[in-house]
Structures are given as structure tokens and as C-alpha cells.
Design a protein around this ligand. Structure first.
Ligand code: MN
Length: 237
């Protein structure tokens, strides 16, 4: 029985690292061992982190500095976390070079796109026509909107469905996809809700929070199982 090590990125506020427990329980639920990543600006230290990990889980959090995709901040931009942005941009770029499996969630999905060369809507209500609520007021495990899953994608094979119901806690979204990535799900307002890299066995990003949906939505558990399977395979190579 293999236990792959899954490195999870965390938030940093007032000199404290923070991570929602649901990321930990999701990784334990599928037989992985979650480990945490302290920030470092030392690229050789980042390489050591990547050598230990069999999978990378990019967690959710605050907005991403638009300077990282060559834009000026608009008034509707939310809180940014410069320390976190600086670490993650370097870490994710190194992880992409390394070829380690990546599951990216919400902010993690946006950071994955930016690190790989894509851009974002700083605020979808300001920059994109939408009549869908993407910052739900409902409880975290409530599936508030639907997404259409593109056929012949990894996400479609994992979820086994053309339509999924998901939760939604974002006001930013992908504007242009990073080179080499493709959209794998969209909401009805055409927002990209999931993406993947078809040139890699498992680099998947979702704009929703599957951790909170594991008890009620089969597609959420399937996503984590597929991620752990990819991490196991990577560990054996
Ligand atoms: Mn959404």
C-alpha cells in the first residue's frame, strides 16, 4: 500500500500560516499524506520541496496581484497577499518544470494559470457580463451553480458526466488560458470553471471547492481519487 506525499500550499496572515482543515481531510480520505509548505524565495529550497512531494495541492485564498500578469489593479480587486504570491509563482513554475501531478483549487487554479503564462479577470462582475452568483452566500457544501464539462477531457473521464453541480467562492476567473492548457468546464455565463494540461498525465484546476463536496457529490471524491492515483504513479516512476 503506497502513501503518496501531497504538498499543500497555505495562506499567510499576521505572521501565521493558515490552511482550512478540509484540504487535510480530503487528502487523508483518499489515502494520501498531507504535508505543508513553508514559503521560501530560495529556488534550491523549492527544488528540495518538490523532490519530497508526489503531488501538489494548490489551495484557495485571496486575490492574485495583477502585476503578475502585467495589469494595473482595478478598483474591484480584493485583498492580495504579496508573500504568498511571490512564493507560489516560483513554486508553481518549478512544479510545472518538474512534471509532478497538480490539483489546483479556486485561487490555486488561478495561480496555476498565471504561473503558466495566462491572465485573469480581476473581478468578473466588473470585467465580464454575468448573471450568475459566483460568490455564494449558501453554506460551503451547497452546490449553487452548474458547470458544463467538455467531452474528451480528463475531467470528463473522472466525473463521468456532462453537467456537474458545484459550489462557488470566487470573484476572479481565468481570462486567457495559459499556453498548453485547455478549458474542461464552463458555467452558463461562459466563465472557465476548470482547466487541464492535456500534455501531462495530471495537471487539473477547478474553480470550485471539491473538498467541501466530498460527502455529497461523487464527482468531488472521484477528483481526489484520480489525483492520488496520479501521485502514486508518479511516486513509482
Ligand atoms: Mn463559479
Amino acid at each position: 500500500m503506497n502513501t503518496p506525499l501531497i504538498a499543500i500550499t497555505s495562506d499567510f496572515r499576521q505572521q501565521k500560516y493558515e490552511l482550512k482543515n478540509e484540504y487535510v481531510t480530503a487528502i487523508y480520505a483518499v489515502g494520501g499524506l498531507p504535508i505543508f509548505l513553508p514559503y521560501s524565495s530560495d529556488l534550491s529550497m523549492i527544488q528540495h520541496m518538490l523532490t519530497c512531494a508526489h503531488g501538489i495541492l494548490l489551495s484557495g485564498g485571496s486575490d492574485i496581484d495583477p502585476y503578475l500578469y502585467q495589469e494595473e489593479p482595478i478598483p474591484a480587486l480584493g485583498t492580495i497577499n504579496p508573500e504568498r504570491d511571490a512564493f507560489e509563482i516560483a513554486f508553481v513554475q518549478a512544479a510545472l518544470d518538474q512534471g509532478v501531478p497538480i490539483l489546483a483549487i479556486c485561487r490555486g487554479n488561478l495561480m496555476l494559470n498565471v504561473a503558466a503564462g495566462g491572465t485573469l479577470y480581476q473581478d468578473i462582475y466588473y470585467e465580464h457580463e454575468t448573471s450568475i452568483q459566483h460568490e455564494q452566500m449558501a453554506p460551503r457544501d451547497h452546490v449553487s451553480h452548474s458547470v458544463e464539462v467538455k467531452s474528451h477531457t480528463l475531467l470528463h473521464r473522472i466525473a463521468g458526466s456532462d453537467t456537474l453541480r458545484v459550489n462557488s467562492y470566487h470573484h476572479q476567473a481565468i481570462k486567457t488560458l495559459a499556453p498548453g492548457f485547455q478549458s474542461s468546464a464552463r458555467s452558463r455565463d461562459h466563465i472557465i470553471e476548470a482547466m487541464e494540461n492535456p500534455h501531462h498525465p495530471f495537471i487539473v484546476g477547478v474553480q470550485w471547492h471539491p473538498c467541501s463536496l466530498i460527502p455529497t457529490q461523487a464527482h468531488a471524491l472521484s477528483l481526489f481519487q484520480a489525483f492520488i492515483n496520479a501521485a502514486n504513479k508518479y511516486a513509482q516512476e
